[in-house]
Design a protein around this ligand. Sequence first.
Ligand SMILES: Cc1ncc(C[n+]2csc(CCOP(=O)(O)OP(=O)(O)O)c2C)c(N)n1
Length: 187
Amino acid sequence: MKLERREVVKKLLEKRGKLLVVAGLGSTAWDITAAGDSDLSFPTWGAMGQAAMIGLGLALAQPKRRVLVITGDGEMLMGLGSLATIGVQKPKNLTVAVIDNERYGETGMQVTHTASGVDLAAVAKACGFKTSKVVTKKISWRKTVHETAGPNFLQIKVIAEKLPLVLPPQDGVLLKDRFRRALLGKG
Ligand SMILES: Cc1ncc(C[n+]2csc(CCOP(=O)(O)OP(=O)(O)O)c2C)c(N)n1
């Protein structure tokens, strides 16, 4: 079974509290914005392949906060080595959720390698993630994101669908400053 991405992301962000959220470029940035923009969200504009590494940096710098990276399978495939670094660093407070539509949605729905069976969850497990699974039905999203000791990896199979764009602010400095202010209380 494949899930609906906007519904999944809404669930992942439900009652988010002080959760720190990083999104990959394109569709996952639109997804987190559709669920409700927040100063504690850091959607990337570009930087393809970097979302999990930004999440790792945050998780290490803020060990008392939970960190959630929501990104696409294409974005994750581009930064595959980051899974090895996370596996070595083992931040307990980090979850990486890949919204896997098996497509490069933003650039015309070209198929990615996950459509040919590349198992990102198995890669994460082999790299040393504490928990890792392919998700094809609803799970206790909240528990994984807020409670389960990580690093956690979710490869969430979703329907390949083109949805209306819901854009976050487009100014990178503004996004960085508002996140920093909300987290540290200074600009
Ligand atoms: C280095 C780099 N290469 C390519 C692109 C073009 N690009 C932007 S979004 C995207 C597809 C992202 O696909 P995925 O992460 O699977 O997200 P989806 O939209 O399918 O959810 C690509 C190829 C880019 N922005 N940067």
